[in-house]
Design a protein around this ligand. Structure first.
Ligand code: ADP
Ligand code: MG
Length: 478
């Protein structure tokens, strides 16, 4: 039997506000434990929450960018549960009346098709504190700095059909919220995390299967692995005659598997009710129009501009616009390198990305700045060095060995562009390879590469490749 996976994601995007959603306490990451939680965040008796207007503005921005309905009136509700990192005994969230609902995001898939993913809702809520199990023997530490930090929970329709599609959607959403400047997108710090709901059903079936929800997966790679593991696990159970338990699971990135955490709670377990301390959130059309004025160029708009102005493929343009920092890096490099859009794209998506991946760095942390890369590419374009030498230079620049021109000088890497010098080496190579010459002239044209290789070897890669090609063609056809 053929199975179909059905996936819906709930994404928690921490809103990039200076202060918390219902208090004036700071939200900066990494402060000493319990130095950024005030009486409101701790739920001490007698305090009252006051809604941070910035959060509303950010939710509207998100709603506008996803063609969602922005509720003229939405309601904060108490979601009651007991957990040590939730001092009030309830989380303030939105339930029946979210601030944003019924939108969509168009996502570019690997096969270059667009997929429309429905956004069921996006609601405002507060984050909980953190339980720290590692640092305390036989005890749990509690850090309430995060308590009360603003979250936008973005819930998708169960429209995704594979782990790859889910990751593409998640990346598109990440690009969007960082571009809107409503979330810093830092997944390691937990600013953008995802719960993956997964079920399977026989292909052709229209009813949904029973789902599991894997909590708090915080990297694109882990989301893909967790979903694939879940799909396989569920198919195996169903094929051996079992049935899926609706439950909440955890992803173990070391063992690469999901494990049950608790059986799924029903909404009524939470005894939701409207929070009597907070007024309904009323949004006038006028405020929506004001926010509309502040909308930046959105990722897909930028992607189109990159295709049109730089002649890039849709795929390349999509990758390069996946974050503000990356597109800035690309455009600054391009501006200063003198306008070979494809060359710059190849470098940013090739060597730069590969090095960043290898070292686990983000583009913001790239030790080779856009200006330095531009200088390197200039030296390719003005024929001082070949593309191949540029690669080794890039490595040296990455390691902080100096700037391009100093390195070229110091390492003696200046490209040989003197025709006479190149010709002399060509003659030498031809003399040393009588057999290859005879074979080539008898029609084995692919031996041309052999001659190029020999010349490059003798010049330590410094001969200008185009000149070598031209001169060799002439010399060999004699
Ligand atoms: P909760 O998890 O809080 O109960 P919902 O019932 O609204 O919330 O569902 C949350 C997410 O689960 C949504 O993203 C939705 O698309 C997804 N989902 C719901 N049913 C299924 C299913 N059978 N298979 C896969 N995903 C599902
Ligand atoms: Mg859920």
């Amino acid at each position: 039997m053929e199975w179909e996976a059905v996936i819906g994601l709930e994404v928690h995007a921490q809103l990039a506000t200076q202060t918390k959603i219902f208090s004036g306490a700071a939200t900066a990451y990494g402060a000493a434990p319990n130095t950024q939680a005030c009486a409101v965040d701790l739920g001490l008796p007698g305090v009252l929450p006051v809604l941070n207007a910035e959060c509303v503005r950010m939710a509207i921005k998100f709603g506008l960018s996803t063609q969602s309905t922005i509720a003229p009136r939405s309601i904060f509700a108490r979601k009651n549960y007991f957990y040590p990192d939730l001092p009030k005994g309830y989380q303030i969230s939105q339930y029946e009346h979210p601030i944003v609902y019924n939108g969509y995001l168009d996502v570019l898939l690997e096969d270059d098709t667009l997929k429309r993913v429905g956004i069921t809702r996006a609601h405002l809520e507060e984050d909980a504190g953190k339980s720290l199990h590692e640092s305390f023997y036989n005890m749990t530490g509690l850090d309430f700095n995060r308590a009360g930090t603003a979250l936008l929970e973005i819930v998708s329709e169960p429209d995704l059909r594979s782990a790859k599609e889910a990751v593409a959607y998640l990346k598109a959403l990440h690009a969007l919220v960082t571009c809107l400047n409503i979330c810093d997108g830092n997944m390691q710090e937990g600013s953008f995390r995802c719960d993956a709901n997964v079920s399977v059903r026989p292909k052709g079936e229209s009813r949904l299967g029973t789902r599991t929800e894997t909590k708090n997966v915080n990297s694109f790679r882990f989301v893909e692995r967790a979903i694939n593991y879940e799909i396989e696990r569920q198919i195996q159970i169903l094929e051996s005659g079992g049935s899926i338990r609706q439950e909440t699971r955890l992803f173990d990135s070391v063992k690469n598997e999901t494990r049950p955490m608790r059986s799924k709670e029903e909404a009524n377990d939470y005894r939701y009710f409207p929070d009597p301390d907070l007024l309904p959130v009323m949004i006038q059309q006028e405020q929506i129009d004001q926010v509309r004025e502040t909308m930046p160029e959105l990722p897909w708009e930028k992607q189109q501009r990159f295709q049109q102005s730089y002649g890039l493929s849709r795929y390349d343009a999509n990758v390069l616009t996946s974050s503000q920092a990356l597109s800035d890096y690309y455009e600054i490099t391009l501006q200063h390198a003198g306008g070979d859009a494809k060359l710059v794209a190849n470098w940013v998506m090739g060597d730069v990305s590969a090095f960043l991946n290898k070292h686990g760095l983000s583009i913001e942390e790239c030790p080779v700045t856009a200006l330095q890369l531009a200088k390197l590419l200039q030296r390719i374009l003005d024929n001082t060095i070949s593309g191949k030498i540029a690669k080794t230079l890039f490595e040296a620049m990455w390691a902080g060995e100096g700037d391009v021109d100093t390195l070229i000088e110091k390492k003696g890497l200046k490209q040989v562009t003197d025709n006479q010098a190149i010709l002399a080496i060509i003659q030498q190579v031809i003399q040393e390879s009588p057999q290859q010459l005879a074979d080539y002239q008898a029609g084995k044209e692919r031996l041309f590469g052999y001659f190029v290789g020999q010349v490059m070897q003798k010049t330590q890669g410094k001969a200008n490749p185009q000149q070598v090609n031209d001169l060799l063609k002439k010399a060999l056809s004699k």
